[in-house]
Design a protein around this ligand. Structure first.
Ligand SMILES: *Cc1c(COP(=O)(O)O)cnc(C)c1O
Length: 395
């Protein structure tokens, strides 16, 4: 089915809507919790903003169209969207989940949903046989997050969705790292797409938000019921900010991804760097799949220095990226997964997940790639001097 417009055009068409009343080129911020009803028996489209708000609805419509789904939902955070989605399951149901799933998703599964009788099995979802073997008669959902965090391993969404269909389960995909600019899971057969919109969709490290888009009406109805029942909706002003973020999503993530590729290529050639993880690098086991399924490696990469001491040295030396959790912003963000996103794992679990003590994750922002590379060169020079001094002193 040929799309009449390029995705970049669609993005603007969906995020800009002229207000009928005033001609305003942006959706008004409808800061109203309640709506006047004309009479006893005929209620208008909106009654109470937990159930529906025109500003939030404009955002929900935009993300629905961009992901190619039937209905979208805006939540107070990525975790609110993910938790609400998991509550589509009932006591006795089971989910197959990637073993390197986002930490917050790990926490809700292992410390909340388990108490409610919703069980899970962690598997390496890049291994399709392992996915199939983990399915039980009561499995309802196969959950996918690709590329994975922080080592950027790639799961085949189309293949997993097919396995799920053959076993009567649904496929949920956390699409935070790719966004619909690069990857549209519903087109690949998934049933539900989830986002931490805090990341690339907001894009400016200023909003915490989540989005979900259902691929069929039945799921959409059930999710709408839960969104309204649980009430973790996104606020009106934040909904407006996400619409604003959406407008530049295409140019932002494409530039960041181009720079990420250049930086990954640079890091590969540096003797102090022991490994570089970026999904479209030639020696990456998922490179072909990533090209096919997303057409880009995205804007996040990770790389390994010798040890924690070298990672500290690098972080202290570089001046451009902020050192912080999170990703997907205009500013580059450098993070140290062992003590940040993956601090909840013990050392053995971290080693098993390939998160060694010298691993750093970089979310590439909109700075000039050459400037970033020069900054990282200086960082690596400091690491080198330090490592050589240690060798010299016999440490
Ligand atoms: C940040 C993140 C989440 C959680 O989203 P919040 O907005 O922080 O609640 C979920 N999945 C991925 C991949 C993330 O990066």
């Amino acid at each position: 089915m040929a799309e009449p417009f390029d995705f970049s055009t669609k993005l603007i068409k969906e995020s800009v809507s002229v207000d009928r009343e005033t001609g305003a080129a942006n959706v008004p911020v409808y800061l109203s919790s309640t709506f006047h009803q004309k009479d006893f028996d005929r209620y208008g489209k909106y009654d109470y903003s937990r159930s529906g708000n025109p500003t939030r609805e404009a955002l929900e419509k935009a993300i629905t169209s961009l992901e190619g789904g039937v209905r979208g939902f805006a939540f107070a955070s990525g975790m609110a969207a993910i938790s609400t989605a998991f509550l589509l399951l009932s006591s006795g149901d089971h989910a197959v989940v990637p073993k390197n799933v986002y930490g917050g998703t790990f926490r809700i599964l292992t410390q909340v949903l388990n108490r409610l009788g919703i069980s899970h099995t962690f598997v390496d979802t890049t291994d399709l046989d392992a996915v199939e073997q983990a399915i039980r008669p009561n499995t309802k959902v196969i959950y996918v997050e690709t590329p994975s965090n922080p080592t950027l391993r790639v799961t085949d969404i189309r293949a997993v969705s097919l396995i799920a269909k053959n076993h009567g389960c649904q496929t949920f995909v956390d699409n935070t790292f790719m966004t619909p600019v690069f990857q549209r899971p519903l087109e690949l057969g998934a049933d539900l797409v989830l986002h931490s919109a805090t990341k690339f969709i907001s894009g400016h490290s200023d909003v915490v938000a989540g989005l979900a888009v259902a691929g069929n009406e039945e799921l959409a109805d059930r999710l709408y019921f839960l969104q309204n029942a649980l009430g973790a909706v996104l606020g009106v002003q934040d909904s407006w900010l996400l619409l604003r973020g959406l407008k530049t999503l295409d140019v932002r993530i494409r530039k960041s991804a181009q720079s990420a590729r250049k930086i990954a290529d640079f890091l590969l050639k540096q003797p102090e760097v022991q490994a570089v993880y970026y999904p479209t690098l030639q020696d990456h086991p998922g490179a072909d799949l990533q090209e096919r399924q997303a057409g880009s490696g995205g804007a996040v990469l990770s790389f390994e220095l010798k040890d924690e001491k070298s990672a500290r040295m690098f972080v202290n030396q570089v001046t451009l990226p902020v050192f912080a959790v999170s990703l997907g912003a205009v500013e580059s963000i450098l993070s140290y997964p062992p003590k940040m996103s993956h601090a909840e794992l013990n050392e053995e679990e971290r080693e098993k997940a390939g998160i060694h003590s010298g691993l750093l994750r970089l979310s590439v922002g909109l700075e000039d790639a050459g400037d970033l590379i020069r900054d990282f060169s200086a960082g690596l020079a400091a690491v080198r001097e330090n490592e050589q001094a240690n060798v010299g002193s016999g440490k």
